[in-house]
Design a protein around this ligand. Structure first.
Ligand code: FAD
Length: 426
C-alpha cells in the first residue's frame, strides 16, 4: 500500500508542470520546454522519495510486519542512490534549456543556489553512506546521518516553495504542506515512542560469559511483551562506561520461556560490544520485536534446514528452542559452521535440545581446525541428499557465507522462494 501511495503521489506531482505551469515555462517551446518539464517532474520525484526515505528509516513496526526491517533499510540505501541520480538529472535538465552561460548565480537566485548546494551536499552524503565502512566508525556515521537527513528534507522544502511559482499558492502549495505535515507528524510520533521506550529501564536477570568473545545477557521483558522466535530488538544497555546507543540483537530465547526472560548472545566484535562489562550493566531498554526471519512467518513445512555461520546461530537457536516446546515439531536439520572449537558456546544447550528433539540432526563444522572444511556445495549436496524439494532453509551468518550458501542451494535445485536469510548489518 505504501508503494502504491508513493507511485500515486509521484503521478499526481508529475501533473504540476502541466496544470500549474511556472513562469519559467511560458517562453519555452519545443525541445527546451519538454526538457524543462521533464526536469521539474524528475526533481519532484526526487523530493517525494526523500520524504519517503525519512519514513523508511523510522523503524515503523507497521512497515516491518510487511517488509521486514532489513529490507526496508536496504530500500533506504537504494532510495538514497536513486535520489542522487534523480537530483543530478533534475539539475542538468533545468539548466540545459536556460543555457550554461545563464547559470543562476547571485543573491537573486538564492533558491536555485540552495538547490545546487543541496545537490553537492547530497553527493557527499550518499557517498559517505555507501563508503561508510571504510570512512568512519558506524556510530559516528549514524550520529551524523540522521540529523543531516532531516536537514535535507527541510532545505529541499524551502527550495521547492521558493524556486518555482507553481508552489506559491493553490493545490501544489497545499499538497506540499500536507506532505510535510504528514511526514513531520509520523516522525514526531515515532521519536516519542522510541524515547518513551528508551526510558523504560528493564532489570538485568543475569549474565554469563559463554567464551572469550560471547556474552549472554538475560533481560526481564516489559509487561505483556511478545515476540516470534527469530525476531530481534534494538537493545540499549545502561551502566558504567557504556554508551546507551541502541544496537540490534536477536532475542535468542523462545517466546514464553519458563524463566520469562529475553536472552541475548552478544559477540564482542566492535567498539560498543567490546565495551560491555556485564557486571557494570545495571539495566537495559529494548525496542522490539522486529523482523520476519521466523519459521512461524511461513506455512508449516515438514523439514526445516537451519544453516548458521558463527554468531548467526542466535535467531536459529530461538527457533530451535521454540520447536523444542511444540507438541508435533517439524523435522529440523542444523548446519552450523564455526572457525574453531573454542568458538562453540552452546555445547550443553545443543545436547539438551537433541534430547528434547530426537528428530533434530546437527552437523557442526570447524573451518579452521585441522582437517576442518567449509560448508561448500559438495558438503551441502552430501548433507541434503534425499531432502524434499519443499524443504525450507533459514540462513544466517556473515554476508559472504549467506550469498554463497544461497547460490549453492539454488545450484542444487532448491527454489529461491524456500530460502530465507537474515543480515546482521542494517
Ligand atoms: C537483525 C540483526 C540481529 C543481530 N543479532 C545479533 C546477535 O544475536 N548477536 C550478535 O552478537 N550480533 C548481532 N547482530 C550484530 C550486532 O548488531 C553488531 O555486531 C553490533 O551492533 C556491532 O556494534 P559495534 O559498535 O560493537 O561494532 P561496529 O564495528 O561499530 O559495527 C559493526 C557493524 O554492525 C552494525 N551496527 C553497528 N552498530 C549498529 C547500530 N547501532 N544499529 C544497526 N547496526 C549497527 C553495522 O553494520 C556495522 O558496520 C545483529 C544485527 C542485526 C542487524
Amino acid at each position: 500500500m505504501i508503494f502504491a501511495a508513493l507511485l500515486t503521489l509521484m503521478a499526481l506531482a508529475a501533473t504540476i508542470p502541466f496544470i500549474w505551469e511556472s513562469k519559467s515555462l511560458w517562453y519555452k517551446t519545443g525541445l527546451e520546454r519538454i526538457l524543462l518539464q521533464v526536469g521539474k517532474i524528475v526533481g519532484l520525484a526526487a523530493a517525494i522519495l526523500l520524504f519517503f526515505q525519512v519514513i523508511l528509516a523510522l523503524r515503523l513496526k507497521i512497515l516491518d510486519r510487511v517488509f521486514g526491517l532489513d529490507r526496508l533499510f536496504h530500500l533506504h540505501k537504494l532510495g538514497g542512490l536513486t535520489i542522487l541520480i534523480l537530483a543530478v538529472l533534475h539539475a542538468s535538465l533545468v539548466i540545459v534549456p536556460e543555457g550554461i552561460k545563464n547559470l543562476p548565480i547571485g543573491w537573486k537566485f538564492w533558491p536555485e543556489m540552495l538547490g545546487g548546494t543541496i545537490l553537492l551536499l547530497l553527493l557527499v552524503f550518499v557517498f559517505t553512506a555507501l563508503l561508510r565502512r571504510k570512512l568512519l566508525p558506524y556510530h559516528l556515521w549514524r550520529r551524523m546521518h540522521r540529523p543531516v537527513g532531516y536537514l535535507f528534507a527541510v532545505a529541499l522544502s524551502v527550495h521547492i516553495f521558493n524556486v518555482s511559482d507553481s508552489f506559491l499558492k493553490g493545490v501544489p502549495n497545499y499538497s506540499l504542506w500536507i506532505l510535510i505535515g504528514t511526514v513531520s507528524v509520523v516522525v514526531i510520533l515515532a521519536k516519542l515512542r522510541s524515547f518513551i521506550g528508551s526510558r523504560a529501564k528493564l532489570p538485568i536477570a543475569g549474565y554469563t560469559l559463554q567464551n572469550d568473545e560471547v556474552v549472554s545477557l538475560k533481560v526481564t521483558p516489559p509487561p505483556s511483551f511478545s515476540h516470534a522466535p527469530g525476531q530481534f530488538g534494538f537493545l540499549r544497555l545502561h551502566g558504567e562506561d557504556i554508551s546507551s546507543e541502541a544496537h540490534p540483537f536477536t532475542i535468542a530465547s523462545a517466546p514464553n520461556n519458563d524463566n520469562n526472560t529475553l536472552q541475548f548472545y552478544i559477540k564482542k566484535c566492535g567498539d560498543w560490544t567490546k565495551s560491555i562489562v556485564p557486571e557494570n550493566i545495571t539495566s537495559a531498554s529494548i525496542q522490539a520485536p522486529f523482523g520476519l526471519f521466523s519459521y512461524t512467518a511461513q506455512p508449516a513445512a515438514k523439514l526445516l534446514v537451519f544453516i548458521a555461520g558463527g554468531i548467526g546461530i542466535t535467531p536459529l537457536l530461538s527457533m530451535l528452542r521454540q520447536i523444542g516446546t511444540e507438541e508435533t515439531p517439524p523435522r529440523v536439520m542444523l548446519i552450523w559452521s564455526l572457525s574453531r572449537k573454542t568458538d562453540m558456546f552452546l555445547g550443553d544447550e545443543l545436547k539438551s535440545l537433541q534430547d528434547r528433539l530426537p528428530q533434530l540432526k546437527s552437523h557442526i563444522f570447524y573451518t579452521r581446525e585441522k582437517g576442518g572444511r567449509r560448508v561448500d556445495q559438495e558438503q551441502l549436496a552430501h548433507l541434503l541428499e534425499g531432502v524434499p524439494e519443499k524443504t525450507r532453509f533459514y540462513v544466517c551468518g556473515p554476508e559472504n557465507m549467506m550469498k554463497q550458501t544461497r547460490k549453492n542451494l539454488k545450484d542444487l535445485g532448491f527454489s529461491g522462494k524456500t530460502i530465507f536469510w537474515e543480515r546482521f548489518g542494517l
